[in-house]
Write a new protein. Structure first.
Ligand SMILES: CC(C)(COP(=O)(O)OP(=O)(O)OC[C@H]1O[C@@H](n2cnc3c(N)ncnc32)[C@H](O)[C@@H]1OP(=O)(O)O)[C@@H](O)C(=O)NCCC(=O)NCCS
Length: 343
């Protein structure tokens, strides 16, 4: 069976309105902007409030990616949502997205913590290249604020809420998903956990919770794991794609923190301008961090056709993975605008 070529045709994002700055956090716990900025690069994060939820963020990101590609929900054949903090155990966030975008596609969630987007890309790539589905929407959506102990300075400064999405499609031209590599090590499962995760509202009901309701992390172990494993997975995915590190235009790493990213950058000998991040404003949004950064890079006019991009995820599980893609997506909103001006 010959494999179908796959490409990315859309990217989108959606972020909650409420901003929490480092200074605001320093009024809740004993911390300060200097400590947080110097160790993580984060200046602020967004958190859900009012009627916002993981599904509302996922729907917003999905609609943004569809508009980017000039498509509607009817054009989507499968919806995969990566989330470690879904609104419900079931129905899945992906099913809520399906209804909201007017799609009839099968839909399901995956949990692979902060590697979820790359796991989702891998699932989409397999289905499209096998010819099972033509277009797959992959979403990463999180509301960590529900599962943060806002009295624990070790974790509350690190995470943020948000969603990002990419739309993948069978291609008329070359294959643009050059390689995908996934990995996991369940022996280190307890280094980063969210044991029960039962909650309904962010920033409230603290008295009803116990420690199993919160994200817990062995920060130093995760840091050591990331700086060793992430460069290895990127190198290995590049090799699998038949490329050299010099062929890479950009690295879009998961936004765990800037020190990890800088260490990875040093090990791979990449220049500052090759690193695409948006972590200052959003902190660690887990599955959403890479598509949000990609979306913002696109909006800033950074990405050009033919750019080779490594999307890398790592986190709880422990899990990690990298997708090497060639960028060929075109923002149809902009193109349509230009076309109508020409008329
Ligand atoms: C969490 C992390 C930033 C902490 O940095 P670190 O260099 O290990 O921390 P340091 O050793 O410099 O400092 C630890 C001290 O700072 C304190 N501290 C922790 N959080 C703090 C905060 N927000 N503000 C001020 N002090 C804080 C600790 O209590 C500890 O104090 P002690 O020495 O008196 O016990 C770092 O370990 C890290 O980035 N880990 C990876 C986390 C991650 O990316 N997780 C997600 C993966 S998907």
């Amino acid at each position: 069976m010959s494999l179908k070529p796959v490409t990315i045709i859309g990217v989108g994002k959606c972020l909650p309105d409420r901003i929490i700055t480092n200074d605001e956090l320093s009024q809740i716990v004993e911390t300060n902007d200097e400590w947080i900025s110097s160790r993580t690069g984060f200046k602020q994060r967004r958190v859900i409030s009012g009627s916002e939820s993981v599904s509302s963020l996922a729907i917003g990101a999905a609609k943004d990616a569809l508009e980017f590609a000039g498509m509607t929900g009817e054009d989507v054949d499968l919806i995969v949502c990566a989330s470690s903090t879904p609104d419900y155990m079931f129905p899945s966030t992906a099913c809520e997205v399906q209804a909201a975008i007017g799609s009839k596609a099968p839909a399901f969630n995956v949990i692979a913590a902060c590697s979820g987007l790359v796991y989702g890309i891998s699932i989409a790539n397999s289905f499209i290249s096998a010819g099972t589905y033509k277009r797959v929407l992959v979403i990463g959506a999180e509301a960590h604020s529900r599962y943060i102990d806002w009295q624990d300075r070790n974790t509350c400064v690190l995470f943020g809420d948000g969603a990002g999405a990419i739309l993948m499609s069978e291609s008329d031209g070359e294959n643009d998903v050059l390689s995908v590599e996934l990995a996991a090590d369940g022996k280190k499962a307890l280094e980063l956990t969210l044991p029960s995760g039962k909650t309904s509202c962010p920033l409230v009901e603290l008295e009803q919770k116990d420690e199993s309701d919160y994200i817990w992390m062995n920060g130093k172990e995760i840091y050591k794991f990331a700086v060793v494993t992430v460069p290895k997975t990127i190198k290995s995915a590049i090799e699998k794609a038949g490329l050299e590190i010099e062929d890479l235009t950009y690295l879009v790493p998961h936004h765990a923190n800037m020190r990890i990213i800088s260490a990875v950058q040093d090990r791979l000998k990449l220049k500052d301008e090759q690193i695409i991040v948006s972590l200052e404003n959003y902190a660690n949004t887990s599955t959403a961090s890479t598509p949000i950064a990609l979306s913002e890079a696109m909006e800033a006019g950074k990405l050009k056709r033919g750019d080779v991009i490594a999307l890398c995820g790592f986190g709880g599980g422990l899990t990690w993975g990298t997708a090497i893609i060639r960028w060929n997506a075109e923002d149809k909103r902009k193109t349509d605008g230009l076309e109508s001006l020409k008329k």
